[in-house]
Design a protein around this ligand. Sequence first.
Ligand code: 9WN
Length: 437
Amino acid sequence: MSTAAADAKLRDAAAAVLAQNERGGYTVPTAGLYPMQFNWDSAFAALGFAALPDSAVAADFPAERGWRELENIAAAQKADGMLPHIIFRGDYGGYFPGPDIWQAGGAPPTSGISNPPVAALAAATLRRKKPLADKGRYRRLLRALAKWHKWLADCLHPLHNFFVAAHPWETGRDNLCDWDAAMRRIRPRDHGDYTRSDTRFVDAAQRPSRAEYDGFLEIIAVGRDTAWQQKTFRQQTPFKMGDPGITAILAAAADALDEMLGEENMAEELEWTRGIGARAREGLAFLWNEAAGGYVAYDVEAGEHLDGISSAAFLAPLAGIFEGEKHKKLMAEFDRIAAAAKYTMPSYDPAAAGFEAKRYWRGPVWLPFNLLIALGFARAGETARAGQIAEASLRLARDAGFYEYFCPHSGAGLGGAPFTWTAAAALVFLQWESWEK
Ligand code: 9WN
């Protein structure tokens, strides 16, 4: 098969995944394992819709499909501005932990924590590719995103300005090795004899451990005890983690949102968001670890920088930080890690003690994360390295299918499938050369 024919086949297959996982205004990550709406998954889905060729849009999707995805994230906004990480729409019956455990309110019910703010990046892309004709809807969405960013800015560390995650699920990288020490400090109460739903669909060896789930549930219980009063919850949570992932994404998203708000002359909203990008960049700069040669997590309780290099270290260029000696060192780390794996970019350094090639966020390659890294690299003029990521990502999707994540050594597909954000990222990577970054 010619390359063009193979690309067309992959594109059609990716579009079919988006169609298959669509539930009427929102797209589930994958049926069974995650049967409801997730915040950053939906933002990636919106990016996928932005990347659909017009022919596919006309045939299977209304042109405003991506906007509806974002509007349905925004519709779950809490009074304080938070956009929750899960919105329990549709038939979520099998998912654990469900709304009965979260008890975080909402109609439809939601979780009590947030998620990496990819939505404004998706909105900026959609605005370029498939602008929303209805200005009223567009402005309402921007206003909701501005409120959310303001809320996220309130969760920046008061001195150092990095984002402090209150739960591993907030970072979207649930069982990253960097969380281990903090998770081990948690002393969970008895959560009874609960049954996880994830291991019904995926081999337990590719998922977080039971001890980690006890910790996840404990943090939820702390939130419940505070009736999800966010200020109190964030003081009382046993997990307070400076996350380079959310910090870098927030910096990039804040810039993208400010541009859109500026274009629309939305003065009040611009007032809310003033300085957020700069503060997040300051926070990310604080997370630099000279010995490790990268941007790392910061354990707030322990008061220390960690020394592991996760894939989030490479989001600094997306945040607009790519100059001087630090950038050179970071690129050297990128090359070292990329050379240690057959497929770029493992979620955690394969040379680190906690690395596990097949276990979720402890090593596997995730295509949506690859997309964010590659977009930043392209912006920084790291064209070859960005191309290397795009190429590896397409090889994985082509050879293994649209899996949730992949083994960086064998390329085997892992977790759930067919997965929305993997298909969405592939749709962008398929047009990488001509894609406006
Ligand atoms: C808990 C949906 C989500 C992603 C996260 C990923 C995983 C949930 C789970 O699935 O987390 O939030 O049940 O394991 O880690 O990034 O948004 O795809």
